[in-house]
Write a protein that binds this ligand. Structure first.
Ligand SMILES: Nc1ncnc2c1ncn2[C@@H]1O[C@H](COP(=O)(O)OP(=O)(O)O)[C@@H](O)[C@H]1O
Ligand SMILES: [Mg+2]
Length: 526
């Protein structure tokens, strides 16, 4: 069942119905990995019930073998080549290495493909599906496109699916974008099923980071720990998004790794930190050309949050510490204190009271700006870095209080904090929901305008395992978006929930091999 693709299905339906009245049509379904291109081809195959169909796919490892893709596609119908004009038949056989003729004219192969498709459509419409066309060898692509551009009244439908930036001049494009929020939320519900409890904070982050990408929506919930903090990628998602990065020069991969760890996209900071690894601005160009990052006015952004996440997760854990350390050193302006604190925390290898104290100052600043989630996250991390049990307990208590004010499902969080810290707030038996006023008591600050709403949220919080709010909380997105501060503490918050936790869960869970980013490992990972 496809969510939110009625427009795309409509385009396919029209092509199919045209073919039933003898008209040919072509289409290139284009989009990022996991967006649902293959799913749309599957839909075409199902909708074409009763039609003759051939289906092929580009294979990454065969991208250099001339005509390998075409051979795979046409193999089931090669017994029909006898019906082609002789020189075309010979050209095709030669292309496939079936005849000992010298490789013929490539145009002739294209012509042979056109003739063969027309021949196959003699008895009724024909559907040709070519998936992952970005991995077709050049010769196959040329032949297929040659035929595609000349199809007319044969009743042939030829649909390609490919990742960006594949293009097929002369073939109409159907760009496939992320699902709309309601469809994404519906898919997330189905995908999470009843096996995984998704609390609202996790849901929010899943929907925000997936950007409507079905693969991410299906895969990420299973990987997201129920404490609502981490969002590690599964290897399937990571591979999908890393594949484009891995073909880039080593230095480019290194620079991207630094950029992925500094997700505010501050180009100046990224470059200064990357310089320590021997990577410079020029190294960014291949990534720009590949459309993986955009550079604009001193900021660089990853094309998709999942590209950044995949790159970050691909950094060998040992090197990740060095990357965060370099970033902390590059963040030397007074305004950067919060970000510096987080990078220091991320590069700490054990308890470190100095870093914990910096983080605590970050937490206080965040709290001052009503950034309760950011403050709570910073207190939690500070607790983990605390050298003394009393400091740890005190910081955990402050974290719990701030979570209450943020309106998060606190009992779960506190339980987790307790398990992590082994020194839960007030001995751990307390009902954290009642500690809301404690925030004011302890910090001497007012609860802030969110107080009432926090109580409302707290009143109906804590989804039980398997309980989801459905599409309704998709409507909450913009508001929650605002609730998560975007200022410095907000970034810290985001960072912590992203890379920071991934550092803790993702790489280990995935058992990442350490040679993912050879550029960085070579230079900096020693
Ligand atoms: N609109 C959709 N509704 C539900 N599931 C979808 C939808 N689009 C894709 N999927 C599922 O998401 C996953 C990734 O889709 P896929 O078609 O393989 O992506 P692509 O081919 O673009 O990389 C698959 O499991 C697919 O079944
Ligand atoms: Mg696919």
């Amino acid at each position: 069942m496809l969510y939110g693709r009625s427009a795309e299905q409509g385009v396919i339906d029209r092509l199919l119905s045209d073919s039933r009245s003898g008209r040919s049509g072509t289409l290139l379904i284009r989009g990022e990995p996991g967006i649902g291109k293959t799913a749309l081809l599957d839909y075409a195959a199902t909708a074409a019930e009763g039609l003759r169909m051939i289906r092929g796919t580009g294979v990454e490892s065969e991208a250099e073998l001339p005509f390998a893709g075409l051979h795979l596609l046409l193999r089931p119908v090669l017994d029909q080549v006898g019906a082609l004009p002789e020189h075309q038949e010979r050209a095709l056989r030669a292309a496939f290495g079936l005849a000992s003729v010298e490789a013929g004219d490539r145009l002739l192969v294209g012509l042979a493909v056109l003739s063969l498709l027309s021949e196959l459509a003699e008895d009724g419409p024909l559907l040709v599906l070519v998936d992952d066309a970005q991995w077709l060898d050049r010769a196959s692509t040329d032949a297929l496109l040659f035929a595609a551009r000349r199809l007319d009244a044969e009743g042939v439908v030829l649909i390609f699916a490919a990742r960006e930036p594949f293009t097929a001049p002369g073939v109409p494009e159907l760009p496939v974008k992320g699902l709309d929020v309601a469809s994404a939320a519906a898919l997330l519900n189905t995908a999470a099923g009843t096996s995984v409890a998704i609390n609202p904070a996790v849901r929010y982050r899943l929907l925000a980071e997936a950007r409507g990408n079905p693969l991410a929506l299906i895969e990420l919930p299973a990987a997201a720990p129920s404490d609502g903090t981490a969002l590690p990628l599964t290897s399937r998602v990571q591979d999908a998004f890393l594949s484009q990065v891995r073909v880039l020069p080593e230095a480019t991969q290194g620079l991207l790794a630094v950029a992925a760890a500094e997700d505010t996209g501050d180009l100046d900071v990224v470059l200064r930190a990357a310089a320590g690894f021997g990577d410079f601005l020029e190294d960014l160009h291949p990534a720009e050309r590949a459309g993986l990052v955009l550079v604009d006015a001193g900021t660089m952004t990853f094309r998709h949050p999942l590209v950044r996440a995949a790159v970050y997760q691909g950094i060998p854990p040992s090197l990740r510490l060095a990357v965060h350390k370099a970033l902390a050193e590059a963040l030397d302006r007074p305004d950067d204190a919060d970000r510096r604190a987080w990078h220091l925390a991320m590069s700490a290898t054990g308890p470190d009271e100095e870093v914990a104290a910096e983080l605590e100052r970050t937490a206080v600043r965040a709290s001052d700006r009503s950034g309760y989630a950011a403050a709570a996250t910073a207190y939690e991390r500070a607790a983990r870095l605390s050298a003394r049990p009393e400091s740890r307990a005190r910081r955990l208590t402050l974290a719990a209080d701030h979570w209450v004010h943020h309106g998060d499902p606190v009992p779960e969080r506190v339980a987790i904090a307790e398990r992590r810290g082994r020194a839960g707030p007030a001995g751990g038996g307390r009902q954290p929901a009642r500690t809301g006023s404690g925030l004011r008591d302890r910090t001497g600050r007012r609860a802030g305008p969110g107080g009432r709403r926090d109580r409302d949220v707290a009143g109906r919080r804590e989804p039980r395992p398997g309980q989801h709010r459905g599409a309704a909380d998709a409507a909450l997105l913009p508001r929650r978006d605002r609730a998560l501060p975007r200022t410095a503490p907000g970034r810290a918050d985001h960072r912590h929930r992203g890379p920071g936790h991934r550092a803790g869960h993702g790489a280990r869970a995935l058992g990442q091999p350490d040679e993912r980013l050879p550029g960085l490992s070579r230079r900096g990972g020693g």
